[in-house]
Each structure stands twice: as structure tokens, then as C-alpha cells.
Ligand binder design. Sequence first.
Ligand SMILES: CC(C)(COP(=O)(O)OP(=O)(O)OC[C@H]1O[C@@H](n2cnc3c(N)ncnc32)[C@H](O)[C@@H]1OP(=O)(O)O)[C@@H](O)C(=O)NCCC(=O)NCCS
Length: 179
Amino acid sequence: MSLVIRRLDQRDDVDGFDCGDDPLNRYLKRHAWNNQEKSAIGVTYVAVDEGAPRTVIGYFTLATASAPRAAFPPKYVRGLPQYELPLILLARLAVDRRFSNRGLGHALLSEALRISLRVADEVGCRCIVTDSYQDRMSWYARYGFVPIESAEEGPQRRMFLDLRTVRAARRDRSAGQAG
Ligand SMILES: CC(C)(COP(=O)(O)OP(=O)(O)OC[C@H]1O[C@@H](n2cnc3c(N)ncnc32)[C@H](O)[C@@H]1OP(=O)(O)O)[C@@H](O)C(=O)NCCC(=O)NCCS
């Protein structure tokens, strides 16, 4: 499989997408395009195989958000002003279950972090947050996401990752590869 991750296009085939979670399936099929092109409230990136370049097999959606400083563990916000902190919101991420456990989730999250770092270079934003299902938290924790308090109690739990940590890790990795 030769994976391509790119922005959602109107011609993409999303009808057969099934990640096993109805709200995540419905978002891609009914809302992702309008939210991206009409409402401008979230941009969706899709994973396709080069051999079937219109069939979506995974996706994520990015938007911006903010959260009160008090929501974060004190050690992460030491020295910051009492403002709402600007964030990138990883609003959705899902993989078609026919393609699970093949590293697609990893590839999607890596691309979401790459885009977030690029945005953070141009616009102030300290971290990326996501609202994770309880049973997916350990998957995000592998990448360094840490649970924080969120205003709404529900089946999901808000988790964050400091983009400075991501940047430092990528810098170390490329220095290691060069050395
Ligand atoms: C969670 C999700 C994004 C992972 O995508 P993926 O492409 O299968 O993940 P990857 O191939 O990159 O990673 C696979 C690894 O993650 C682990 N993993 C998969 N789902 C997990 C979960 N919910 N919690 C913890 N670990 C998980 C696998 O066991 C595997 O571990 P290994 O590397 O030690 O073998 C995907 O399963 C998904 O979209 N699920 C459906 C949507 C959803 O949220 N469902 C309900 C909640 S789980």
C-alpha cells in the first residue's frame, strides 16, 4: 500500500468508510465537506491508497480552539499569563476498520502533528488537544498526550500534547539520523 494523506476533496468517496464508530463515520459522510468548504470551521485530511486514490480509508480534522490556563497541570503553564491558551484541536481521527493495525493511525497523527507545528510557526498556539474516547486514551498516551480537565463531562476525555515537546523530539530525531 502506498499511502497519501491530503486535504479532503468533494470527489472523494466516503460512502463506504467504516471505522466502527457511528458519530465518526457520520461526520466524514455528512459534515466534513461543509465544515471545511462552507463554514470554514474545520479542515479534514484524508488517507488514500495511491492505487485507489478516491477511496478514503482514514481521516482527521483540525480546527483551532482555546482553553483556560487552569485546565492544564501547573507545571505545563508556569510563567504563562492568565489568558485562555490558544490551541490546535484535533477534532476527529479515525481509520477504516478494514485497515486497522497497519500504522495508518500513526501516519495520520504524525501528519496532524506536522501540520500543527507548521501552523504554530506562523500563529501562536502552544499545544494540540483532542477529546479522546476513554478506550482510546492509551493510544494517544503513546504519543505523549496527557489527560486534562474539560468543561464538559461526557464519554470523552480531553488530552493535550505540548507542541514544543513534539518539535524537540523531531529535532532530536533528525539530529540522530544525521549523526
Ligand atoms: C484508534 C485508531 C485511530 C488506531 O488506528 P490504527 O491505524 O489501527 O492504529 P496504528 O496501526 O497506528 O496502531 C496500532 C497499535 O495501536 C493499538 N491500538 C489500536 N486501538 C487502540 C485503542 N483503542 N487503545 C489503545 N491502543 C490501541 C494497537 O493494538 C496497535 O498496537 P501495537 O503497535 O503494539 O501492535 C483506530 O483504531 C480507529 O479509528 N478506531 C475507530 C474509531 C474509534 O475511536 N473507535 C472507538 C474507540 S477505540
